[in-house]
Design a protein around this ligand. Sequence first.
Ligand code: ADP
Ligand code: MG
Length: 688
Amino acid sequence: MRPDELNPLFAETDGLDGVGPKLKKPLEKLGLTRVRDLLYHLPERFVVRRAVHDLDEAQVGEQVVVALTVTEHRASRSQRGPYRVLASDAKGNVCALTYFGRASYTAKKQLPVGEKRWVAGRLDQYDQMLQIVHPDHVSETSDGAMGKMVEPIYRLSEGLTQPRVASLVEQSLARAPELPEWIEPTTFDREGWPAWRDALVLAHRGENAKARDRLAYDELFANALALMLVRQSNKARKGQALQGDGHLRDKLQLPFPLTGAQVRSNAEIAGDMAQASPMLRLLQGDVGAGKTVVALEAMLVAVEAGAQAALLAPTELLARQHFETLRKLAAPTGVETALLTGRDKGKARESILMGLLDGSIDIVVGTHAIFQQSVSYKNLGLVVIDEQHRFGVSQRLMLTQKGKVTPHTLAMTATPIPRSLVLAQYGEMEVSRLDELPPGRQAIDTRVLPLDRLDDIVAAVGRHLETGQQAYWVCPMVRDSENMDDDLAAAEARYAALRERFGDDVVLVHGQLAPELKDSGMARFAAGEAKVLVATTVIEVGVDVPNATLMVIEQAERFGLAQLHQLRGRVGRGSEKSTCLLLRGNELSETGKQRLALMRETQDGFRLAEEDLALRGGGELLGTRQSGDEAFNIASLEQITRLLPVANADAKLLVEQEGGLESERGKAARLVLYLLERDWGVQTLRGG
Ligand code: ADP
Ligand code: MG
């Protein structure tokens, strides 16, 4: 149960002044549904203004506060034209305050002729005349203006304005209680950090490295602590030693010899499973490295030893694919496999549930449905988690702790996370690395092209299709972004355009589609009926169509390197040479250029991940995020690298000193687990 003192923070935003049905939607779009979310909606940056006596002191382009006396109102002759208020400074310099559209009504009210006003805004020049377009603030007193020298700029969605968000944040701050300190006293003193509530206030008021660090630390600490609690409870639980005799694995008829890395990983996994304490192992392998066979062998070990195995996939689509692959590979062994997803209903579902209960099903593949209350196993010995949402792994570990005996757990990730981040996202797991690709893979010819050359590119796709091969066309769709609707529209428009050119052979798959439509689109593409798959990043998660050898990625600069790498890994899976075209917009930043160049240069996922970290890490303190799937919302990469070791050490100390979190500090630490939504960590404490 969440501690009572946090209740005001978890109250819905409804209770705040000004939040009605109209505002709720844009707030929800940003993930701001509770007071707590607003507190942690930290400014992206700040506008810092300078008070000047007169405009001679100011530079064009500068954010200023200046006292002006209104001299004249000038409406434009055309209806669409701007409304200008002329005003002069202390030295008689004339400046136009320019308003468009309905904003002129405000101007008429705020700026009567002959009156002096303090105006805050960005000084521009237009036709030899100084001007401020839509001043940010107009105040009758200098005090009013001086309160606005530093102002936070928040991420918005359509329907929200800066003042509105700022007011909601202010109200939320007013509701934030002082909380007891959970930070290790030595760390707290050494860093000289503010207390939790003060840190929030400071972080919203101006650039404050200490405040931001403290909040980032909290997030890292909460995560580390939750992971450690899970780990601790896992260790304390009874597992079962599963010693396979090889009789099933011997029957496999793989069409290829295993790579050295696969053999090594298999041995590491089998070694863990032979122990009574439950395995917690991460199998890290680049796209195409061959994780599926490793998972299969691990599952066969469990079955050889008389237990069952389950494979959990992040999406319906991927569950189906895994199931098909595993069923074929496992056919010679005679093990019974089944697929269970949320969509299976009625009799079919009943019979699978029976099979799991009586043990006639050895291996089940599915989505989270395989862990629902209603699903019981005869003897679940191994859970393989093919995960996508990084820290979700640990959350899912909780699911595996329901039975009397804790199954062994193998988490698989295709994200080549740098070593420094594995700990942050997974906690203290053993790691097996597939650092060797199966032989015979061809390099993917990667090119960066400007979007201007769209016609050429479409023509190239046409030539490609004529050879009988297929192509992916990826459009960006960044989750949680205010542009999500635009992104969706753009993907649909591209789909329509390509369909006009290539006919019914084009299918569209994106996250907003009904699951059935998604699957049928994918199925048509996988079967070779559809030639072009237009998709948003849903294809990232492991689709395998060897005949698709061309990938076009639009607005490639909007993707992270790791993500681009994942996407590119969808091609280059067959014997034909593959190509990846990265289309870039015209306004590409220096970092953007470097990143795309790196994609051209290397195909080593681990290297790309390290470089991505290096390129994004520095100076990203107030940076914006690219996608919504990061494990951490507050800590930047730079902060993760710098503060994680401290947070980890502190969490470890706390767990060692008082695993049950019953002391004063332990109770404070519970607060931060709830506050940062890592309370799955607390749940291991109860009943365990
Ligand atoms: P991922 O690690 O991305 O899940 P998969 O398990 O899907 O990779 O394997 C990618 C492809 O490589 C599959 O078609 C698989 O059959 C093949 N493969 C796996 N291991 C080997 C190997 N040792 N030699 C050749 N091909 C392999
Ligand atoms: Mg895979």
